[in-house]
Design a protein around this ligand. Structure first.
Ligand SMILES: [Zn+2]
Length: 147
């Protein structure tokens, strides 16, 4: 996923936020039984190892390299670029990359469908979380009224 938004979160706070988001979403996407390594790339030297721009010019925030044969995945994180993103954008990207872990086995030469399904499922997971939280708030409010 990519970003063009600008904000002022520090690298340290961005890494902390991403660690929290990954910890939460690895559980709630059901990816916890995979061995997942997250590499937070910050130094120019580290970032030079990958291509971080799409053909349309937008910047890549994260890359997922699943190996379904061994149930392992590595996710590369472009920290300086993530520092410019909103919390919502980071959350959606984290879920999107975790969904790639499951979809990778179906990958074909053209990745369009995999990207589309990853976006759709990421939105679905976040929607379910938000809906569950809303319903819990409503139930909590009702319990208080019934007291
Ligand atoms: Zn993707």
């Amino acid at each position: 996923m990519s970003s063009d938004q600008a904000s002022k979160r520090s690298i340290k706070k961005t890494k902390k936020l991403l660690r929290e988001l990954f910890a939460f979403w690895i559980k709630w996407t059901g990816a916890g039984w995979w061995t997942i390594e997250i590499r937070y790339l910050n130094k120019k030297k580290e970032l030079k190892k990958g291509v971080w721009k799409y053909k349309n010019g937008s910047v890549v925030l994260m890359k997922c390299f699943p190996d379904w044969r061994y149930v392992r995945a590595t996710i590369w994180v472009n920290l300086p670029q993530c520092a410019l993103c909103s919390r919502e954008e980071l959350e959606s990207t984290v879920v999107h990359e975790l969904i790639h872990i499951f979809l990778n086995e179906l990958r074909s030469k053209k990745r369009g469908h995999e990207e589309r399904v990853a976006c759709t499922l990421a939105s679905a997971f976040i929607w379910v979380r938000d809906q569950t939280m809303r319903e819990e708030q409503i139930a909590h409010a009702r319990r208080r009224i019934d007291k």
